[in-house]
Design a protein. Structure first.
Length: 580
């Protein structure tokens, strides 16, 4: 068993040039005040001073254990049957290579190697630990060590075969009459199928699962990186059982088919806590289900990582340090507004500030911040929560969404009385937020005097780094992107060919494109005069504001995203220019 050498991890990281002594000292001080003892390497990664590879490189030297950066490439799939999946998942130790009688085992924590003795007995030979990235170990577990032993399509085939020869399309009423729904929903194949659908969605990084009944089948789709992909179809005969199983998991009324229902499922998958919001609505051919997947352990990204260009980042970073005023983030549902606001809160959070939020739902748990969950059924609305927050002596307030005049008025009054307020609004662009507030009933002078800035944003899919290629796009598409003829000639762009990592899509992950409208004296004057939002946007552009499409174009030529992706999410800009 490898033994720890005398040199401390922080000293090794300093000697390797990955961190400075001051950063290690800061992490050690933070370690003292953490309620739960956190290792120095984890703390340095949490605060962004070093990466996992740096820590593993230092641990490799400290414990004299080799560090392998290519676990997937070295994986021998024949070893997946050598150890029980429960053991692999619990201790996160993956046998991945064999040399003679010796087995090499991927580990991420060199401090806890005692389970290696049990693994040696299970494998029937000596074992050697190898340090690997945590995500690489999880990916190998998800890919090679499949606890279910069969995929969802195989499960569908088995359900169909088990149904016998008489597999007619039945109505919901007929199925309900034949058998008790509770019996249907608790059949082992149905339970297993729902588990496979959820685990498959998590593995593929899906944000939503759509279960949609049609006349002769039930379609299942995943939303991955903002786009829906069809995964499989389920026989109509199993529709009632599937919907009922989901209702049972979400603690909903399985006998109610006529009214919409909302619920929540909490599960644990691969060591992660998963919160699933369930929405069920009645439609022509049954009940339609959408399950929104929220990982409680999701890593909160920093403001510098959301995708802002350097100019907008520096400006926004200054604005969020203001002592009072309101900062709005706008965009449609699923455009990353909450993530940006959380990143801003994380940036300003300190022991000297009292930060309270009122949200629906609380998507990320943040330490050191008071978070209130909206509950309209008992009268705890955004407005009611905000009213209570103001009695708590806050410095910074986050209102999840401004939906009505009462909430908007209270948020603005709070910003005018010495509080910094963050909130979101559903508008297509930044200038449209001004018009929306005025249309809600807020006086223009209150909007102009309280608002610091409005940030519009969208999410575009990133080109997969593993299959990115350069090409020369058509001139017409470059002109439509907003380039002049002179700028477009000879310009090159990037796209993804499609590979195993991105499952042939050419995209992996998403980033933001932004439009930051600062409430300058000129914009304040235009707001007071009640001019159209299009006029405000044109004047802001003249004075240096980059539109969503312009920011998207810059990401195209940096190789971050594609022309087609930017055009897809900025269609409003194009229509606006055509109208003008």
């Amino acid at each position: 068993m490898p033994e720890q050498r005398g040199t401390l991890l922080g000293e090794i990281l300093i000697s390797l040039g990955h961190v400075h002594a001051e950063q290690v000292s800061e992490a050690l001080e933070l370690q003292k005040i953490r309620a739960k003892r956190t290792r120095i390497g984890e703390l340095l990664m949490d605060v962004g001073y070093c990466e996992e590879d740096h820590v593993l490189e230092a641990l490799s030297e400290q414990f004299d254990i080799p560090f392998d950066r290519n676990l997937r490439g070295a994986m021998d799939s024949a070893l997946t049957t050598k150890a029980p999946i429960n053991f692999i998942r619990e201790y996160r130790m993956v046998p991945f290579k064999q040399n003679g009688t010796c087995f090499y085992v991927a580990v991420n924590d060199p401090v806890n190697l005692l389970p290696l003795d049990d693994l040696r007995l299970l494998l029937g030979g000596p074992v050697e630990p190898v340090l690997c990235r945590n995500d690489d170990i999880q990916n190998v577990i998800d890919t090679y060590f499949d606890q279910q032993g069969e995929n969802a399509r195989d499960m569908i085939d088995n359900i169909v075969l088990a149904g016998g020869e008489d597999d007619e399309i039945q109505t919901l009423d007929a199925m309900d009459a034949d058998r008790d729904l509770l019996d249907l929903a608790n059949e082992a194949p149905i339970i297993k199928l729902i588990n496979l659908l959820i685990s498959g969605a998590v593995k593929e990084r899906a944000s939503d699962i759509h279960i949609e009944p049609f006349e002769r089948e039930v379609r299942v789709r995943y939303r991955i990186d903002g786009v829906l992909y069809e995964k499989l179809t389920v026989p109509k005969s199993q529709q009632a059982a599937i919907i009922s199983r989901i209702k049972i998991m979400a603690h909903l009324n399985i006998a109610e088919h006529r009214l919409p229902q909302d619920g929540r499922i909490k599960i644990r998958l691969s060591g992660k806590e998963i919160d699933i919001r369930v929405s069920i609505i009645p439609i022509a051919h049954g009940e339609r289900v959408v399950m929104r997947i929220l990982e409680k352990s999701s890593f909160l990204i920093g403001l510098e990582d959301v995708g802002m260009d350097e100019h907008d980042f520096k400006l926004f970073d200054k604005l969020i340090l203001s002592s009072h005023g309101i900062i709005l983030v706008t965009g449609p549902t699923g455009s990353g507004k909450s993530t940006t606001l959380y990143a801003g809160l994380q940036r300003v959070s300190s022991p000297e500030l009292n930060i309270i939020t009122v949200e629906d739902p609380i998507e990320y748990q943040m330490s050191g911040i008071g978070q209130i969950q909206v509950k309209p059924k008992i009268g705890l609305t955004f407005a009611a929560g905000l009213r209570s927050i103001l009695r708590q002596d806050p410095d910074v307030i986050l209102v999840g969404e401004i939906r009505d005049l009462e909430t908007a008025d209270m948020a603005i009054q709070a910003s005018l009385t010495g509080h910094l307020v963050f909130s979101t609004l559903h508008t297509n662009d930044s200038a449209g937020a001004i018009t929306r507030l005025v249309n809600m009933g807020i006086e223009p002078f209150l909007v102009s005097s309280s608002t610091l800035a409005i940030l519009a944003q969208r999410l575009v899919r990133n080109i997969c780094k593993h299959c990115k290629e350069e090409y020369e796009p058509e001139l017409e598409s470059l002109l439509e992107l907003g380039l002049s003829h002179e700028q477009a000639v000879g310009k090159t762009a990037f796209r993804g060919r499609g590979c195993d990592r991105c499952q042939g899509r050419g995209y992996y992950g998403r980033t933001g494109i932004f439009e930051l409208l600062v409430m300058t004296p000129l914009i304040q004057d235009l707001t007071l005069r009640g001019v159209d939002s299009n006029v405000i946007k044109r004047e802001a552009k003249k004075h240096g504001m980059r539109t969503l499409r312009e920011d998207g174009a810059s990401k195209v030529f940096k190789g971050v995203s594609t022309i087609e992706e930017v055009m897809r999410v900025t269609r409003d800009d194009i229509l606006l220019e055509v109208a003008e």
